[in-house]
Unconditional design. Structure first.
Length: 196
């Protein structure tokens, strides 16, 4: 039987949309999805709200200003086959966020806005204050699909780094963008053995 690392790697580099299949592996990397060293971390796939269904929620206990509190992080997922950035039609020196990335951003921000104010949501996850409902981020693409552009690999990498850096400036709201490879890295056999 293949180990978790090999299973996820096969899905990441497969053809066709593998978002749902890849989602099953997130529970093995929960500590990466919950910031600031949480404990008793629980992963929940999908939560239906009025504005749609949030893809993935990671909850647990963390510390804030020296006090322990329960916190949740909201994550949006797109398939590893989706690009993060595509060629900007108006400039050869810039990349444009893919439609999948823009959709994930919009979904995440709308779900966050709704769920932090939802008493039902906070009650279900035992959250005492709206500030403990947090934006996690977006998991999308892979090292092979992060840029949809015909270019020399070094040029492609340079454009990606610039586009990623610019998106981080835009995300002063703490949205994290992660490639599925970040999750895959957490499943490498030596790392998994350390967790057991």
């Amino acid at each position: 039987m293949l180990n978790l690392y090999e299973e996820l790697k096969t899905l990441i580099y497969a053809k066709g949309n593998k978002e749902i299949q890849c989602r099953a592996y997130l529970k093995y990397a929960a500590d990466v999805l919950f910031r600031d060293g949480g404990v008793d971390i629980v992963c929940d796939a999908e939560y239906r709200g009025h504005s749609g269904t949030s893809d993935y929620i990671v909850s647990g206990r963390g510390h804030e200003s020296g006090s322990e509190c329960r916190r949740v992080y909201l994550w949006e997922l797109k398939a590893p086959q989706c690009p993060l950035f595509v060629k900007d039609p108006s400039s050869a020196n810039r990349l444009f966020p893919s439609k999948e990335l823009l959709q994930a951003e919009n979904q995440l921000l709308n779900y966050y806005d709704e769920l932090r104010e939802s008493a039902d949501f906070r009650s279900e996850f035992e959250i005492t204050h709206p500030s403990n409902v947090c934006i996690g981020g977006i998991i999308i693409g892979s090292d092979k699909t992060k840029v949809k552009l015909k270019a020399v690999p070094t040029r492609k990498a340079s454009l990606f780094e610039k586009a990623y850096r610019c998106r981080r400036l835009f995300y002063r709201s703490d949205i994290r963008i992660m490639l599925w490879n970040t999750i895959l890295d957490q499943l490498q056999p030596p790392r998994m053995e350390e967790r057991i």
